[in-house]
Design a protein around this ligand. Structure first.
Ligand code: SF4
Length: 471
């Protein structure tokens, strides 16, 4: 007998990854049109938790007009003799997975940024109360975490209460994140991996190190350690580091091995601290995107809540389509906000000295972690709107990338370019590697030579055809 027989819709892993479009939705909770939303898990004393209780503060689903976007807070409170505060992060992250098991319910993102939709079809079938969602959560939590002895779930839709608790939740997230700061990758023997997002991005594997927070910004190295202990067969697992193959780029033999296994061979190498060649994969939950801007040889950052177009003329949603899906995309990189506070943030690409544009809302959150040398030289959305304006801004502020432009211009020498079977660098790499030759198959006999004098090259595709002599 199914443990969900009293739930009006099917519940199961098969429904993870289900998308509900606006035209199919009955009602939406959180998301870009709603400022206050959150989800939070707390470990409480046994007497503070009424086991299996679902509490609703504010209008229930059936009382919300069809087509609305409303605030939502989800609070999961648990008690158990073996539970500790260090487990809250991973318990909280499973809300994403468990609510997505409900056929007709979609949950995206995390923490302060949740975006949920209920389908018209599910509502029609009778899924018209948070009580059902609460029951699903309670049963799945108890099944997966036997150490949870008592659990109660509260759904808050009352706008004032959501707003009040939102600020409380932000403090809890910050305390968790602060705990993980200071620890270095070199101080530990193992990292942790997470494949919770494979339902949306089948080849994605998050590699969580002390200095690289997960893409969603919800799982720290400490959370990974706690999760792999209490649920060793779960979606969060240990990654023995193995040999460090590249300390700057952040390549480890152990990471390569596990990522290859968990992505079923799709991803063979990962360089944790760069946006090029073998970058960390991006799922769809990333809080922000670091994007390469070839015109200035620097990076912009755009976060999920940024409503306008970024300095490259693209919206977050457009860039997210290019970035996500579990692929390694040169020049587009899904990141968390906390990773921007790490001393290893994009360190192989120049770190903050390579960042040229960040929306003010995000910059304010991380600026204390930006090296003083560049703190006042990075443009925000309030300073510039276009690439031309950005160039002028960077020149006026003498941003470190400007020196790169000068170096590049000075270094451009006549180049001999041989083209062949090896990877032809992407435009981004070509700019970085200007002055270097592109090697390929040896063209010793009957070959050809291309000489470009004093040129900058951006190559997207090269087709070489041998000409046939007509005598
Ligand atoms: S973004 Fe990464 S860490 Fe976060 S839930 Fe998805 S796979 Fe796990």
């Amino acid at each position: 007998m199914s443990m969900f027989q009293d739930i009006p819709v099917d519940v199961g892993i098969a429904y993870e990854g289900e998308r509900i479009r606006r035209t199919e939705m009955y009602v939406e909770f959180g998301g870009p049109d709603v400022k206050f939303k959150f989800e939070l898990a707390r470990v409480r004393r046994p007497e503070e938790v009424k086991d299996s209780e679902v509490i609703i503060i504010g209008p229930d689903i059936k009382d919300i007009p069809e087509g609305s976007s409303v605030p939502l807070g989800i609070l999961v409170e648990i008690a158990g003799s073996q539970l500790e505060e260090g487990l809250e992060g991973i318990i909280e992250r499973r809300i994403h997975e468990f609510t997505n098991y409900v056929h007709g319910f979609m949950h995206l993102n995390q923490r302060y940024d949740i975006w949920c939709r209920l389908s018209k079809e599910a509502f029609k079938k009778g899924f018209n109360s948070f009580t059902y969602l609460g029951k699903v959560l309670i049963r799945l939590y108890k099944a997966d975490f036997p150490i949870i002895e008592k659990i109660q779930v509260t759904f808050i839709t009352d706008p004032k209460e959501v707003e009040r608790m939102y600020y409380e939740a932000l403090k809890v997230y910050e305390a968790r994140d602060a705990k993980a700061r200071g620890l270095k990758d070199e101080d530990v023997d193992e990292f942790y991996g997470c494949i919770l997002c494979q339902s949306f991005a089948p080849t994605h594997v998050c590699v969580i190190t002390p200095q690289r927070y997960s893409n969603c910004g919800a799982i720290s190295w400490f959370d990974g350690r706690a999760a792999s202990k209490v649920d060793p067969k779960g979606p969060i697992f240990r990654i023995p580091k193995g040999e460090c193959l590249d300390p700057i780029g952040g390549e480890y033999s152990g990471v390569n091995k596990i990522v290859q296994e968990k992505s079923l061979g799709a991803i063979k190498r990962v360089h944790l601290y760069t946006v090029f060649n073998y970058p960390h994969t991006s799922c769809g939950c990333f809080e922000a995107i670091a994007f390469y801007i070839p015109e200035v040889d620097g990076f912009g950052i755009v976060h999920r809540d940024f409503k306008g177009v970024a300095v490259n003329g693209l919206k977050f949603s457009t860039m997210a389509d290019t970035t996500g899906g579990g692929r390694q995309v040169d020049g587009f990189h899904g990141i968390s906000i906390e990773y921007m506070r790490s001393p290893k943030f994009l360190v192989a690409d120049g770190g903050w000295e390579r960042v040229v544009w960040v929306p003010k809302a995000v910059f304010e959150r991380v600026k204390d972690f930006v090296p003083e040398k560049v703190r006042d030289r990075i443009a925000t959305d309030e300073d510039v709107k276009t690439i031309d304006e950005l160039k002028e801004f960077l020149k006026a502020k003498n941003h470190p990338v400007v020196n790169r432009w000068k170096k590049i211009e000075a270094e451009v020498k006549p180049m001999e370019v041989k083209v062949g079977e090896a990877n032809v660098p992407q435009p981004a790499q070509a700019t970085v590697l200007e002055g270097a030759s592109i090697s390929g198959i040896p063209l010793t006999s009957g070959g050809f030579k291309i000489t470009l004098k004093g040129a900058r090259i951006n190559i997207e595709k090269v087709i070489i055809k041998r000409s046939v002599s007509t005598g």
